[in-house]
Design a protein around this ligand. Structure first.
Ligand code: SF4
Length: 260
């Protein structure tokens, strides 16, 4: 097993510990048999009488099994599975899931934190003021929503009160993003904000220390910048975002020139 998958497994185990071994999120409704089957796999309670060690192992196995199933899905199956997902507590308060929007064959992938109130109501990521700002950011590097860019979030359901997603929620949703990235195969990922950067790069480093460098998600370059919602509260941050976007554009140009 590689060091990366060891680290991922260790992190998952940490999250499972945080769950207190009782992630009993109930099935609310599933939109497809596939989703129902998958959701059952992650909500089943281990056999009565099982001890803590057996329960823990059962949950780790269910977790791995669910991830493996998601990583085999095609685009439509993935959309269906997300729409019916009840794998973490966020399913209880959402109005609808927010899968993502844009070109599924895009060179650029923008990843934010999670849906807000307007996104939860419309099912589209980055609408409202933060969305307009993101559109302006994309325009600054000659991109337009829906054309050669896909936009999604770390979690596909709205955290109540626009709080940050917890590690458990982010980890529960991680297989969906991992599969989206596998299927889109973007040339470059822009992580919007600390939550996106830290989850994609599996780090607790500050956003300031992540900016201005090319990181890697597997073999895909990742550039980290501020979330548009942060910029709405901190206008001076716009100059730094401009720098990051210019850096992203020049990185993409180099990738294109080198045939990556
Ligand atoms: S946030 Fe992700 S893992 Fe949690 S219920 Fe929504 S789709 Fe499922």
């Amino acid at each position: 097993m590689s060091a990366k998958s060891d680290a991922r497994r260790a992190r998952r185990e940490l999250v499972l510990n945080e769950l207190g071994l009782t992630p009993l999120w109930r099935i609310r409704e599933a939109n497809a048999p596939e989703a129902a089957q998958l959701n059952q796999a992650c909500t089943e309670i281990p056999a009565v009488g099982a001890g803590p060690a057996e329960i823990h192992t059962a949950h780790v196995d269910q977790w791995e099994d669910r991830r493996a199933k998601i990583l085999r899905m095609g685009w439509e199956g993935l959309q269906t599975s997300v729409a019916g997902c009840v794998a973490c507590p966020l399913c209880e308060s959402r109005s609808r899931t927010v899968f993502g929007v844009g070109d599924p064959n895009a060179d650029w992938l923008c990843v934010g934190e999670g849906p807000g109130a307007q996104e939860d109501a419309t099912g589209e990521p980055f609408v409202g003021l933060a969305g307009q700002l993101l559109d302006n950011m994309l325009a600054a590097i000659d991109l337009k929503r829906g054309r050669n860019v896909f936009i999604t979030n770390i979690v596909k359901c709205r955290p109540p009160g626009n709080r940050e997603p917890t590690p458990v929620e982010a980890q529960s949703c991680e297989p969906y993003l991992a599969r989206q990235i596998e299927l889109i195969r973007p040339r470059l990922i822009i992580a919007l904000g600390k939550i996106a950067g830290s989850n994609l790069l599996n780090t607790s480093a500050s956003l300031a220390s992540l900016r201005g460098k090319v990181h890697k998600y597997l073999d895909i370059p990742v550039i980290v910048t501020y979330h548009p919602a942060y910029l709405l509260r901190n206008l001076p941050g716009k100059a730094m975002v401009w720098e990051d976007l210019c850096f992203a554009r020049s990185t993409m140009n180099q990738l294109l020139q080198s045939g990556h």
